[in-house]
Design a protein around this ligand. Structure first.
Ligand code: PMP
Length: 431
């Protein structure tokens, strides 16, 4: 940005003005710092692993736009083709080769994505996958898991995570009882409850949807046996399995959790990394299911800006670079490096904090005796402990996602020097 907008205003002043324009001063709830006792920082620049506020203060960024920026912000190898695309076209609303390039790449690397459709957000991808599942099975009910977030699709705001995490009534107003009534929920990591709901409702369940690595109510790493059980029960009951890999897709491995686990869904949803920081979502899956979508089939789904060429190029170039540099292996190594240093620090300081990591995703929670796999196992003091930790880190220049239940993201721009600096800052913060 060449010209500063509102050059005379601080973050606090901008927030006061924003509150007069949008609900709560934000365009997405978690950005508001609600419950943290601080007003949000307004940023004007992003580069690599850092964000710079309107006051000119630089922060090491572990939010990374909630996941899309796997290479870090404005990676030069993505920036150049994106510039070229912007110089060529912004949107066609017509057929073009850019989405074909990305689509073919996905199809050739992810065998369970036999056919796919690009949309503009993760929410849209999930909403469309549900529609396909209902059309394919002729059934109405959807089974989801407590604490999993699948975007703001009406029927999936029941017992969801993300911005709804930590709220007593974790469902949204404005969702009719009829719609909410079509959603069944089960606690994660509970095979008996799962069997019971299938025994009761199996014939009515169009699809089971799960984040195979639940990352919207903290990082609730599941046992593989539990996910196998879900796959088996869905199959024997004629229900479809949808993996929501909007966060885990292209992050934990090229083929996401499905690849790591060797458990393959009937339909899968992607977003975030796939657009390299631009608005892109995707639903994909079995050919017979995807061929139900219009204009081939009678499941209607459309989008003015779907497969926007700038997002298509950003996503494609991001993934090409990840492959070229073996990014997933590199991120695992950086994750291990960070984990060891953080755990050593917490031990040395006798801090009652646990550091949970899966690849380049991490989460801090108050120490517990057993690994946390369900929402109900998260200690009661989590919110307040996080508030203190977050503010101390923020003050010293480390930006974590502003919510006790959001995960942190590492990018390839988080090199060892930056990770070392972070650990030093957290050491000071722990006092
Ligand atoms: N599914 C999951 C697992 C997500 O984490 C999110 C967003 N964080 C969504 C769906 C919705 O994606 P979007 O915000 O792009 O609509």
């Amino acid at each position: 940005m060449k010209h500063k907008i509102f050059p005379e205003l601080s973050s606090d002043q901008l927030f006061e003005r924003a509150k007069k324009v949008n609900p709560g001063g934000v365009h997405s709830p978690v950005r508001s710092f609600a419950g943290l006792g601080h007003s949000p920082v307004f940023f004007e620049k992003a580069e690599g692993a850092t964000l710079t506020s309107v006051e000119g203060k630089t922060y090491i960024d572990y939010c990374q736009s909630f996941g899309p920026m796997i290479l870090g912000h404005r990676d030069p190898e993505v920036l150049k083709p994106v510039h070229e695309m912007i110089d060529t076209a912004w949107s066609f609303g017509a057929c073009e080769p850019y989405s074909l390039q990305l689509g073919e790449w996905i199809q050739s690397h992810i065998p369970w994505a036999e056919k796919l459709r690009f949309v503009s957000s993760g929410t849209e991808a999930v909403m469309s996958a549900l529609r396909v599942a209902r059309a394919a099975t002729g059934r109405h009910k959807i089974l989801k898991f407590e604490g999993c977030y699948h975007g703001h699709v009406d029927s999936l705001l029941v017992k969801a995570g993300s911005g709804l995490a930590g709220i007593a009534a974790a469902s949204s107003a404005g969702v009719s009882d009829a719609v909410a009534g079509e959603t069944l929920t089960v606690v994660l990591d509970d095979e008996m409850a799962l069997e019971e709901v299938f025994r009761r409702e199996g014939k009515n369940i169009a699809a089971v949807i799960i984040e195979p690595l639940p990352a919207n109510y903290g990082l609730l790493i599941q046992r593989k046996e539990f996910l196998i059980k879900i796959r088996d029960l869905a199959k024997t009951n004629g229900s479809l399995l949808i993996f929501d890999e909007v966060i885990s897709g292209f992050r934990v491995a090229l083929g996401g959790m499905a690849e790591i686990l060797g458990i393959y869904p009937d339909l899968v949803t992607y977003g975030k990394i796939l657009g390299g920081g631009f608005p892109v979502g995707c639903y994909a899956g079995r050919k017979d299911l995807m061929e139900l979508v219009a204009p081939l089939g009678n499941v209607y789904q459309a989008g003015t800006l779907s497969a926007n060429p700038v997002g298509m190029v950003a996503g494609y170039e991001t993934l090409q670079k990840m492959q070229r540099v073996n990014g997933w292996q590199l991120l695992e190594k950086r994750g291990q490096y960070f984990e060891k240093k953080i755990k050593d620090l917490f031990n040395a300081k006798k801090a009652p904090i646990e550091f949970i990591r899966y690849g380049s995703l991490f989460w801090f929670h108050l120490k517990t005796e057993k690994p946390i796999r369900q929402v109900g196992q998260i200690p009661a003091g989590q919110k307040e402990a996080f508030r203190i930790f977050f503010l101390k880190a923020l003050e010293r220049g480390v930006y974590l996602a502003p919510n006790a239940y959001e995960v942190g993201f590492l990018s390839l721009a988080h090199d060892e020097a930056i990770l070392d600096r972070t650990v030093k800052i957290l050491e000071e913060a722990l006092g």
